[in-house]
Design a protein around this ligand. Structure first.
Ligand SMILES: *Cc1c(COP(=O)(O)O)cnc(C)c1O
Length: 459
């Protein structure tokens, strides 16, 4: 039986939601050309499109917004943020930026050059993009359990360390500009990485003189999994685990829109003062703005400094990961196949198993996401073949290894009853799955089509 961990907060401000009828949703979907990114958010009842920047700030963060110092240079918020990063992460050198991809923009050109490789457990798509902008090649070496949704393993986000050694042996250490650990491993389903695995990866990196960077968007959720799943870690505090995690790396990039619970913001951190940190600051000025604000308002710096502390509170994390486990448990108990055990920020439904009669080129995960919107006004998205652009030369549709319908949980936003609505809708869809049909493409842009492609139902 799935058990819900009660909220460690009460509600002070509310945002009304619109309830729509099935007929209205049918029309809205048609108007959006069956692309969920085309919907107006006011026509969505429960929005699980992303957990990025969609969280609810606390009263303390809102108070910080009011007291934010908007001086162009040397604002109070900058120094508060620097102290917060030192306390939560353990690094003295930090640079605020406007979001995670901006952190990648000011860090990676300093580490990667043309013809080199970047090796990661898995690159997030913006990281992959920034590696490509440096004319380098991204290589993913995640453990094989990550690709089996039914394999029960505590750390399905880990780096395959033997494969990493082999890859370095094959291409040569001088051709690898950086090793990246994405915690949690978003692309694998928000799956955690163990402390032992981070340590081993760091040893390999050090042995070969390759810098190790942590992609830290969900560092606090990852620390929670280490505390609750890794032998010998139970009695440690989240901050203690976080400090050890970052002590193995040379630098980190962070989208603060995730675990730092702000609506906009990002960070770069460098463990030691020196050349690399200076270069990050130099790139920040033309791309993001002066170093003491880095593309953010003074109020944002303040909210971020407060959010960093709230994001590592154990009771909050217990509730947060508990919400994901609760929704996952409702689905598992009803026999709906998901990436199991669930990760830290989202449920990934295995749409290939729910809709086995829909072939990959008719986008089963997109079909399930659309049906869920029609059924209950819940918005998720496709992480499957619809997300993969056709081959630019042959125009052929590639088949994704996984067909996931992803449901993200915004932080501190929805209640247990909302999650019950979501689970009931999915279960009722599963019970009439054979009647659901696939979708075809009407028109699409050449790249990143899933944001704007137009679709039509095939029936
Ligand atoms: C969200 C995310 C990013 C990019 O951050 P933005 O704030 O969206 O630019 C990078 N890496 C991971 C793992 C992420 O989840």
């Amino acid at each position: 039986m799935a058990r819900y961990v009660a909220e460690p907060f009460k509600i002070k401000a509310v945002e009304p939601l619109t309830l729509t009828t099935r007929d209205e949703r049918q029309q809205y979907l048609k108007d959006a050309h069956y692309n969920l990114f085309g919907l107006r958010s006011e026509h969505v009842y429960i929005d699980m499109l992303s957990d990025s920047g969609s969280g609810a700030m606390s009263d303390r963060q809102w108070a910080g917004i009011m007291t934010g110092d908007e001086s162009y240079a040397g604002s109070r918020g900058y120094y508060r943020l620097r102290d917060a990063v030192q306390e939560v992460i353990g690094y003295r050198m930090m640079q605020p930026v406007h979001q995670g991809r901006a952190a990648e923009h000011v860090l990676y050109p300093n580490l990667l050059s043309e013809g080199q490789y970047s090796v990661a457990n898995m690159h997030f798509d913006t990281t992959r993009g920034h590696v490509a902008l440096c004319r380098a090649t991204p290589k993913d070496l995640v453990v094989s359990e990550a690709r089996d949704t039914q394999a029960q393993a505590p750390f399905k986000g880990n780096m395959d360390v033997p494969a990493l050694r082999e890859f370095i042996g094959t291409v040569g250490a001088d051709r690898i500009g950086v090793i990246i650990m994405t915690i949690t491993n978003n692309t694998a389903g928000g799956q955690p990485v163990s402390l032992a695995n981070i340590r081993e990866t760091a040893e390999v990196a050090r042995e070969h003189g390759i810098p190790l960077v942590i992609d830290a968007a969900r560092f606090a959720e990852n620390a929670y999994f280490i505390k609750t799943r890794e032998p010998g870690q139970t009695d440690r505090s989240i901050i203690d685990i976080t400090h050890e995690t970052f002590s193995y790396a040379d630098a980190f990039t962070m989208s603060a829109k995730k675990d730092a619970i702000v609506n906009i913001g990002g960070l770069v951190g460098v463990r030691e003062d020196g050349e690399l940190f200076r270069k990050v600051q130099e790139l920040t000025v033309p791309y993001e703005g002066f170093v003491t604000y880095g593309g953010l308002a003074g109020r944002d710096l303040e909210a971020l400094a407060i959010g960093l502390f709230e994001g590592v509170e154990f009771d909050y994390l217990h509730y947060r990961i508990g919400q994901v486990a609760y929704l996952g448990g409702l689905l598992r108990d009803a026999g709906v196949p998901i990436q199991d055990p669930p990760g830290g920020h989202a449920i990934f439904i295995d749409a290939k198993r729910v809709l086995p009669h829909i072939p990959y080129h008719q986008f089963p995960a997109q079909a399930l996401a659309l049906e869920l919107y029609l059924e209950a006004g819940v918005r998720g998205c496709d992480i499957g073949s619809f997300m993969l652009d056709p081959d630019p030369v042959t125009g052929e549709q590639p088949e994704s290894e996984m067909e996931f319908t992803r449901l993200c949980l915004p932080r501190r936003v929805y209640t247990q009853a909302h999650l019950d609505v979501v689970a009931e809708a999915i279960i009722s869809i599963r019970d009439r799955a054979e009647a659901i049909s696939g979708y075809g493409i009407v028109s699409q842009p050449p790249v990143l089509r899933h944001f704007t492609a137009r679709l039509r139902p095939l029936q």
